[in-house]
Design a protein around this ligand. Structure first.
Ligand SMILES: [Zn+2]
Length: 415
C-alpha cells in the first residue's frame, strides 16, 4: 500500500475527551473514527487489524469443531418473551417497525440459535454440535467509555455448543478455555490475560471470564498471591478464600473482559423445547454452552498492552502491515531502490506500507511510523545507500541496524 493513497490522517495532538490510551492512539493514528458515543467506524488500517484478529479466532474455532454460520441481527420479540429476557435484559435494543411490530437487535443469539437447533437436532446421533458466528451485536449501554473497549455496537465471535449430558459439556468447556488461552497468546496479550472465575448462574457453580489487565479496564479482578488464580468481584464477595488454594491474600487489578465462557445447561433448551431422543428412546433436554470474544474490545486491549509514548506497537500477528518502508530522500536512485524493495517484499508475501510521500519532513515520517506501529521499519536514504544497505528497526526496540539490501528479505523471513 502506498502511504500517499491510504485513507487516513494522523494527528499529533491528544484527542479531546478520551479516557483511555487505546482510544487516543487509535483515533490519532487513523484506525477508528467515532460516529457517536459508543459507535465507531473502522478505517482501512483498523479494519485490517480487525480482519487479522478475526482470522486467528476463526482458525482456532474451526480446530475445536466449530462450524461457521451467520444469524440475523433483527430478531422477533416473541423469542425474547419466551426466555423472559424481553423485560429483564436492560441492555436489549428494542425497535419498532412500521406496523408497530416490535423487534430485538441481537446482543447475543441464544434466542435464535436454540430454535434453529431444534429444527436440526433430533437424536443423540446429532450431538455434540458446535456452531459459531462473527457478527455485529448491539447493547444499549447506559454509559459507554474507553473508546472501543465498551461500545453499543460491536463485532463479536459467539460459539454455541450442544451436548447430550453434563460431562460432555464439561469436557468441551475445558477445551474451549484452552483454545481461548491460545488465541490471547497469539494476539499478544497472553501474559496479561487471566482466566477469571465468575459466578455461573443457576446451572453451574462458576463461569469463566478472560480478563486483560489494563488501567483502562472497568472491571476489578483479584489475583491470588499464592497460586495465581484470578476471581472477579462477585466471587470475591462470596468467598473470602481462594477457591483453588484457600489462600486469603489477593492482588487487586483493573481489567477489561475480552472473552467469556458459560455453561448454559438447559436454560434455553427448555423454553424452546430443544430435545433429543437418547439411546434408550427417552426424550431429554439438550445441554448447552456459550462462548464469546469481543473483537473490537480485543483490539483495544492489545493497544492498551502494547504501546509507548510515541504510539502503537502492533504484535506481528495482528499488524495491518508487517513492514513500514520509508523512502527518506527523493533522488532517482533512492526512489528506484525503495520501489524495487517494495515490489520484492510483496512478491515474497510480506505486507508493506510504503511511505513514498515527497512533501513530508524526515521527523514527520518517523513520527507517523511510530504512531502507526508496524512491527518493522525499513529506511532507504542517501546514508544507507552509501553502504549498499537499508536501515532495519523493530518498532519494539530502540536499536536500528544497517542490513545489506539483498539480505533484508531473508532477515524478515528468518523471524
Ligand atoms: Zn490461590
Amino acid at each position: 500500500m502506498l502511504q500517499s493513497k491510504l485513507f487516513y490522517k494522523t494527528t499529533k495532538n491528544k484527542t479531546a475527551g478520551v479516557d483511555s490510551i487505546s482510544h487516543d492512539l487509535l483515533i490519532r493514528a487513523g484506525y477508528v473514527d467515532q460516529l457517536m458515543a459508543g459507535v465507531y467506524s473502522f478505517l482501512p488500517l483498523g479494519f485490517m487489524v480487525l480482519k487479522n484478529i478475526e482470522h486467528i479466532i476463526r482458525r482456532n474455532m474451526e480446530t475445536i469443531g466449530g462450524q461457521e454460520l451467520l444469524l440475523p441481527v433483527l430478531q422477533p420479540k416473541e423469542n425474547w418473551v419466551k426466555t423472559g429476557r424481553w423485560d429483564t435484559l436492560g441492555i436489549l435494543f428494542k425497535v419498532k417497525g412500521n406496523s408497530d411490530k416490535e423487534y430485538a437487535m441481537g446482543p447475543t443469539h441464544e434466542e435464535v440459535v436454540s430454535p434453529l437447533a431444534k429444527k436440526n437436532i433430533f437424536s443423540y446421533k446429532d450431538l455434540p454440535l458446535q456452531v459459531f458466528q462473527i457478527q455485529t451485536k448491539f447493547r444499549d449501554e447506559l454509559r459507554v467509555k474507553s473508546g472501543i473497549l465498551r461500545t453499543r455496537e460491536f463485532l463479536m465471535k459467539d460459539l454455541y455448543s450442544f451436548h447430550t449430558n453434563q460431562e460432555d459439556l464439561d469436557k468441551y468447556y475445558e477445551i474451549t478455555a484452552k483454545i481461548y488461552e491460545k488465541i490471547f497468546k497469539e494476539v499478544g496479550i497472553g501474559k496479561i490475560t487471566y482466566r477469571t472465575l465468575a459466578s455461573g448462574g443457576s446451572f453451574s457453580k462458576y463461569s469463566d471470564e478472560f480478563q486483560t489487565i489494563t488501567e483502562a479496564g472497568e472491571d476489578i479482578v483479584y489475583v491470588c498471591v499464592n497460586c495465581g488464580v484470578a476471581i472477579n468481584k462477585e466471587i470475591k464477595e462470596e468467598n473470602a478464600q481462594c477457591p483453588k488454594c484457600q489462600g486469603v491474600q489477593f492482588e487487586e487489578k483493573k481489567a477489561v473482559e475480552v472473552g467469556n465462557i458459560f455453561k448454559l445447561g438447559t436454560k434455553y433448551s427448555v423454553p424452546f423445547d430443544l430435545k433429543f431422543s437418547d439411546r434408550d428412546g427417552q426424550d431429554k433436554p439438550v445441554i448447552m454452552g456459550c462462548y464469546g470474544i469481543g473483537l473490537g474490545r480485543l483490539m483495544g486491549a492489545i493497544v492498551e498492552a502494547s504501546h509507548d509514548e510515541r504510539g502503537i506497537i502492533w504484535p506481528k500477528t495482528v499488524a495491518p502491515f508487517l513492514v513500514h518502508l520509508i523512502q527518506l530522500d527523493t533522488t532517482p536512485k533512492i526512489k528506484k531502490v525503495a520501489q524495487k524493495l517494495y515490489t520484492d517484499l510483496q512478491r515474497q508475501g510480506v505486507t508493506v506500507l510504503y511511505d513514498e510521500r515527497e512533501n513530508k519532513a524526515v521527523g514527520e515520517k518517523f513520527a507517523d511510523a511510530d504512531l502507526l506501529g508496524m512491527p518493522y521499519r525499513i529506511v532507504v536514504s542517501e546514508r544507507t545507500l552509501k553502504e549498499n544497505s537499508v536501515e532495519l528497526k523493530e518498532r519494539a526496540s530502540e536499536k536500528a541496524k544497517l542490513v545489506k539490501i539483498q539480505e533484508v528479505i531473508k532477515k524478515l523471513n528468518a523471524r
